[in-house]
Design a protein around this ligand. Structure first.
Ligand SMILES: CC(C)(COP(=O)(O)OP(=O)(O)OC[C@H]1O[C@@H](n2cnc3c(N)ncnc32)[C@H](O)[C@@H]1OP(=O)(O)O)[C@@H](O)C(=O)NCCC(=O)NCCS
Length: 174
């Protein structure tokens, strides 16, 4: 039995160990890290999956980021990920539990639009993410266009163009 609780209950060392196990030591070079550089995770949209014995088996972090247009105006976004499950426990439903909780909380909190870099075969198929509206988005590093995914929580259109980066301006807190 897996329980989903707030990630803030877990130690930094347990979180880092799980991220190392799922992504390897080179993970800091990923473009996702550059997009949210200097930001703290959004506590109310970050979750831990615990086994019955309390072992951390999976986690999901969310971050305050923004899409900045040519005039410098920021559209606040929530970057979802990393989503990480212990390799030995992958494909057993833990990722889905974490994502279902994230989606439910984002809707309840009426959060800013969600974006992520991930596999559309997973995040599109099960959770409604799509690259259909991100073709005009740029990132501070390499991204395969079909893996730059987004969706708004309330169904409103996403901004068509801009560059992703940390959120710096005043904005709605997710
Ligand atoms: C990707 C990840 C979070 C998925 O979580 P999980 O608990 O292993 O997967 P689930 O059990 O929730 O889902 C299983 C289903 O998703 C599919 N699936 C899982 N990962 C997939 C992927 N990367 N691409 C496509 N489909 C995937 C499986 O085929 C399975 O499909 P089925 O239900 O038709 O049999 C997890 O495998 C993981 O931590 N991977 C390494 C880190 C990573 O790549 N994270 C994502 C980037 S942020």
């Amino acid at each position: 039995m897996t329980h989903i609780i707030a990630l803030a209950t877990q130690s930094d060392s347990a979180i880092e160990a799980l991220l190392d196990a799922a992504f390897g030591p080179d993970r800091f070079k990923r473009t996702a890290y550059a997009i949210r550089r200097g930001m703290e995770p959004l506590r109310h949209l970050s979750f831990a999956a615990l086994d019955t014995d309390g072992t951390l088996s999976g986690l999901l972090q969310s971050w305050p980021v923004a899409l900045r247009d040519h005039s410098g105006k920021e559209c606040p976004l929530v970057m979802v990920g990393p989503v990480a499950v212990l390799p030995a426990l992958q494909q057993s439903g833990i990722g889905k539990l974490l994502m279902q909780r994230l989606m439910a909380e984002a809707r309840q909190q009426q959060s800013d639009p969600l974006m992520m870099i991930g596999d559309p075969e997973y995040y599109g198929r099960f959770f409604g993410f799509s690259a259909a509206e991100t073709g005009g988005w740029k990132a501070p590093g390499p991204v395969e266009p079909h893996r730059l995914l987004a969706q708004s929580v309330d169904g409103s259109p996403l901004p068509p163009t801009g560059t992703l980066g940390p959120r710096t301006g005043l904005s709605r807190v997710a």
